[in-house]
Design a protein around this ligand. Structure first.
Ligand code: ZN
Length: 140
């Protein structure tokens, strides 16, 4: 039977500051501009979790939404919602860019998917910024 993908949408609000510990204060200001403001700023992040697999013949579904929700809400939403991303241990020496965040969300979920397999994480940071992991050409 052909595989089908399901994408489910999740949301969390978090603050951050783009700042690299590898750069000087001046280099950070030049590179990140207003996103380097010491007071930080917030985003309403949208996480798009795509799971691919064969349909369960009885339910006609790729994955039980309730089981998926439980895992994503615990591993991702509860971890980041109303938090400062710069204080998360995962970002001690990584900048809290959308690129790093989308990869980290993948790492948090990839071994926990209840049925099928994780094939994509999408992360909407702002109206104009969308991040995706893995790159479409590298999907398996
Ligand atoms: Zn930002």
């Amino acid at each position: 039977m052909d595989e089908v993908s399901l994408t489910r949408r999740y949301h969390f609000a978090a603050s951050h500051r783009l700042h690299s510990t590898y750069l000087s204060a001046e280099q950070n200001r030049l590179l990140f501009g207003k996103c380097n403001n010491p007071n930080g700023h917030g985003h309403n992040y949208v996480v798009l979790v795509t799971v691919t697999g064969n349909l369960d013949p009885e339910s006609g579904r790729v994955a039980e939404l309730e089981a998926l929700d439980l895992i994503v809400n615990e591993a991702v939403v509860a971890r980041f919602d109303h938090k400062d991303l710069n204080h998360d241990p995962a970002f001690t020496d990584r900048v809290t860019t959308g690129e790093n965040l989308v990869q980290f969300i993948w790492d948090l979920l990839v071994d926990q998917i209840p049925a099928g397999r994780l094939t994509k994480i999408g992360l909407v940071e702002t109206r104009d910024n969308y991040f995706e992991y893995p790159m479409p050409a590298l999907k398996t």
